[in-house]
Design a protein around this ligand. Structure first.
Ligand code: FES
Length: 300
């Protein structure tokens, strides 16, 4: 196990600093508006595209959006400030979002935030002077059962503790996105049948505060249901009837009834792995042996 220092992070030794406000090209903004449209849903998509292009919502870009869509600037700002995912200020290269919602609060979220502040020498809501990190806090990330939750550059980490903060920051600077020792990396996924493409998400039966993934299962002459956490890295699940530990099942789509087979075997126990399509691209593969937690996410 690597030793973890408690000294504040020395960022300048690890990566080039970056605090750059890129100029806004009006034509780029107009192209985004043309692609996305000007209704409310389109406007949110326009702002999301601008943020992903410039890292925040520059005033100049918002003015262009207002002119191009015929909307008052106040409307555009209204949407930009309503959603916490949008930022009117340039953010650092790495965005840390720490949850201070009730569940994460009682599980130690404030101590984790204080440690991040101490390591980076900034307060929540600020960006480090070298532009490497921005720290923000939110009231809930929808993974309350897995708190305290910290999201770094879109990667979810659950059950984060103070001593793990330094490693999280070091790994972020070093471009390592692996699982922290003692910290579970989690990611929300939405999946569909790999045969008929029907969604397998079951909002009526949430697990770990998110819609579960529902599949039909068959083992021997038994048929039933299996519901799994839709957090990649989460371990919540329930089966009906209960599946004995170690039993290998076959996963099937509850809609087209085809087996969710993908031709992959579990690297840990050799059981077949069920395959589901991930919305947005890629495949989720889960070991079909009850009790084996082996899984993988394959991106295209
Ligand atoms: S309170 Fe932190 S994820 Fe919900």
């Amino acid at each position: 196990m690597r030793a973890v220092s408690n000294a504040p992070l020395n960022r300048l030794e690890t990566e080039e600093p970056m605090l750059v406000e890129h100029p806004v090209d009006e034509q780029d903004v107009l192209e985004i508006v043309r692609d996305r449209g000007a209704d409310r849903g389109g406007l949110i998509a326009v702002l999301a595209d601008i943020q992903s292009r410039w890292g925040y919502l520059p005033e100049e870009a918002l003015r262009t959006v207002g002119r191009a869509t015929g909307r008052p600037l106040a409307d555009v700002y209204g949407i930009a400030t309503f959603y916490s995912a949008f930022s009117l200020k340039p953010r650092g290269k790495h965005l840390i979002c720490a949850c201070l919602g009730t569940a994460c609060h009682v599980r130690g979220g404030p101590a984790v935030v204080e440690e991040i502040e101490r390591q980076l020498d900034i307060r929540a809501g600020e960006t480090t002077p070298d532009g490497m990190f921005t720290l923000e806090t939110v009231n809930c990330l929808g993974a309350c059962a897995l708190g305290p939750v910290v999201v770094v550059d879109g990667h979810y980490f659950s059950k984060v503790r103070k001593p793990q903060v330094r490693r999280l920051l070091d790994d972020t600077l070093a471009g390592r996105t692996g699982v922290e020792e003692g910290t579970d990396r989690i990611l929300p996924v939405e999946v569909a049948c790999s045969r008929c493409n029907h969604s397998l998400m079951d909002p009526a039966h949430p697990i770990e505060e998110r819609p579960s993934i529902r599949v039909a299962v068959c083992h021997g002459d038994q048929y039933g249901w299996l519901r799994l956490s839709s957090w990649y890295g989460g371990d919540g699940c329930c089966a009906e009837p209960e599946i004995p530990a170690g039993r290998v099942t076959r996963f099937a789509c509850p809609f087209c009834h085809e087996e969710l087979a993908g031709g992959f075997d579990c690297p840990e126990c050799d059981a077949p792995m069920a395959t589901m399509l991930v919305r947005g691209g890629g495949a989720l593969r889960l070991c079909a042996r009850r009790g084996c937690t082996s899984r993988r996410l394959d991106f295209p």
